[in-house]
Ligand binder design. Structure first.
Ligand code: GLC
Length: 522
């Protein structure tokens, strides 16, 4: 295989591109992205210079939560294509030096999953119900007061009177991970996809599988028992010669977070602390220090994430006057200066890509897309909208289909009508327009990813003393990264050559909200 696909440790320094399949590229004109569309755009991803793609769930699904409600873990949603096409995608991506990572959703299934349908039919006390969390209610109400993460109660009653637990939407019943059949099933699912050439899995909601239902408070996050599950998964992935396990682990406590990365558990996990930091030097430096301090001692590489399909787009986030940790929150309607946000998002990209470890790029981040906040209410698809009683618009704003070419929607994304409308202003942000502009976000990402592959990746960093307003560090290759957060420009080092900058660095000065990569003179 070309590219770096022959390196077994590839994941330690990889650049991984997140494909939200529904919105990437539509090959059959029905308005929804699909495998045919993705396959036709693989050359784009190869040229961008990524080592792997991670696809959000592609399984048969009623799409109550964008595919995170899985009806069959061994198939492909017909709207996306077929299993044969998925196998072709994996093969074609490998030919271009790109690995494929898929999303596995172990906490919950779709209510249309055969096991849940069986459980409904089999009734109270049956073995089929043991695979989920069915309980009698208390009085007229649910078994306890737990609330769903999407809003509303975490329990729904079925016609025979029992209730079942769902941490997310009612269409997503939670599996009972105390049940050996559930454990066995997921080991088999892993093998099914590893047998088809998948290089790794991203584990959805990885920290919430084990529950203590007797607790009055919600008690499902980070129970110690969850680690036994991942030790079993690791034995399977190791038996395939090192397919990788990536956890979606939202935990503020970094010590607890690091437990998931012990040598016999997951390979990496998403760094949400960094993503959640406001655009402030102290917050970001603190997050980088904390991240490295927890990863280095256990020999796990850090990951750097600026966006995904659940959080507001960086251009919008960084254009807001936010000074707290929870920068990942959506804050619908909070004003954002998109020009400022764009400048900062460019600098943030160079910062994230210069740090030791692997980096994620969420589709459209490389185009500088902003959060679409004016999707008409009747088109909102995210279950958060309904579940919150129409108070939270949810995550659709970062899931709008990509603009590829042309001057008006659907911008080459589809020949039909996109499932979410694209802003007409994205005419300036199409891949085609940005290809032609050396100053574009796309060209910045492409150059940065190329240099990163040659000079960066995993390893260590050395902080450089540049004062409180500047983040400055050197990597072992001699690459120095400086990011200026202060109002005043700062002088660049007198020696060394500028390899790349996120904005103009005229006269040897680094302006505010700008990052630069410099190769030290040797
Ligand atoms: C994860 C996914 C999110 C999904 C949820 C429930 O947080 O990233 O999109 O809604 O899990 O599966």
């Amino acid at each position: 295989m070309p590219g770096n696909t022959s390196n077994p440790e590839w994941w330690r320094g990889a650049a991984i591109y997140q494909v939200y399949l529904r919105s990437f590229a539509d090959g059959n004109g029905d308005g929804t992205g699909d495998l045919a569309g993705l396959r036709s755009r693989l050359p784009y991803l190869a040229k961008l210079g990524v080592d792997a793609i991670w696809l959000n769930p592609w399984y048969p699904s009623p799409m109550a939560d964008g595919g995170y409600d899985v009806a069959d873990y061994r198939g492909i949603e017909p709207v996306f294509g077929t299993l044969a096409e998925a196998e072709k995608l994996i093969e074609e991506a490998h030919e271009l030096g790109i690995r494929t990572i898929i999303d596995v959703v172990p906490n919950h299934a779709s209510d249309q999953h055969a096991w849940f349908q069986e459980a409904l039919a089999a009734g109270p006390g049956s073995e089929a119900r043991e695979r989920f969390w069915f309980r009698p209610g208390v009085g007229d109400g649910p078994p306890n007061g737990w609330q769903s993460i999407f809003g509303g109660p975490a329990w729904t009653q079925v016609p025979d009177g029992e209730w079942y637990l769902h941490l997310f939407a009612p269409e997503q019943p939670d599996f009972n991970w105390n049940n050996p059949a559930v454990r066995q099933e997921f080991l088999d699912v892993l093998r099914f996809w590893f047998d088809r050439g998948v290089d790794g899995v991203r584990i959805d909601s990885a920290a919430v599988l084990v529950k203590d239902l007797d607790s009055v408070e919600e008690s499902y996050t980070d129970h110690d028992g969850v680690h036994d599950i991942y030790r079993e998964w690791r034995r399977v992935s190791d038996s395939y010669g090192g397919r990788i396990l990536i956890g979606e682990v939202w935990l503020p406590d970094q010590e607890r977070f690091a437990n998931y990365l012990r040598p016999d558990e997951l390979h990496t996990a998403f760094n949400f602390d960094f993503l959640s930091s406001a655009w402030e030097p102290a917050a970001l430096r603190g997050s980088i220090d904390l991240t490295l301090a927890t990863h280095v001692p256990i020999g796990a590489p850090a990951t750097w994430v600026l966006s995904n399909h659940d959080v507001a787009r960086p251009v919008t986030r960084y254009g807001r006057a936010i000074t707290s940790w929870d920068n990942a929150d959506r804050r619908d309607g909070m004003p954002s200066d998109l020009e400022l946000g764009r400048r900062r998002a460019r600098a943030a990209a160079l910062l994230a890509m210069a740090l030791p470890g692997s980096v994620y790029v969420y589709q459209g981040e490389e185009l500088g897309l902003w959060e679409v906040e004016d999707i008409p209410e009747e088109l909102i698809d995210d279950p958060m909208w309904e579940r919150s009683g129409h108070t939270v618009r949810g995550r659709d704003g970062c899931r709008v289909p990509l603009p590829w070419s042309g001057t008006e929607p659907p911008f080459g994304y589809s020949t039909g009508e996109p499932w979410l409308p694209q802003p007409p202003q994205w005419r300036d942000l199409t891949v085609e327009a940005q290809e032609a502009d050396p100053g574009s976000m796309l060209r910045l990402y492409r150059t940065a990813l190329r240099l990163r592959r040659e000079l960066l990746g995993d390893g260590t960093l050395t902080w450089l003393p540049y004062g409180d307003e500047v983040i400055a560090f050197r990597r072992d290759s001699g690459l120095v990264c400086l990011v200026n957060f202060g109002a005043e420009p700062v002088a660049l080092p007198e020696t060394g050559s500028v390899l790349l900058a996120s904005g103009p660095v005229d006269g040897g000065l680094l302006p505010t909200d700008t990052a630069v990569w410099i190769m030290e003179a040797r």
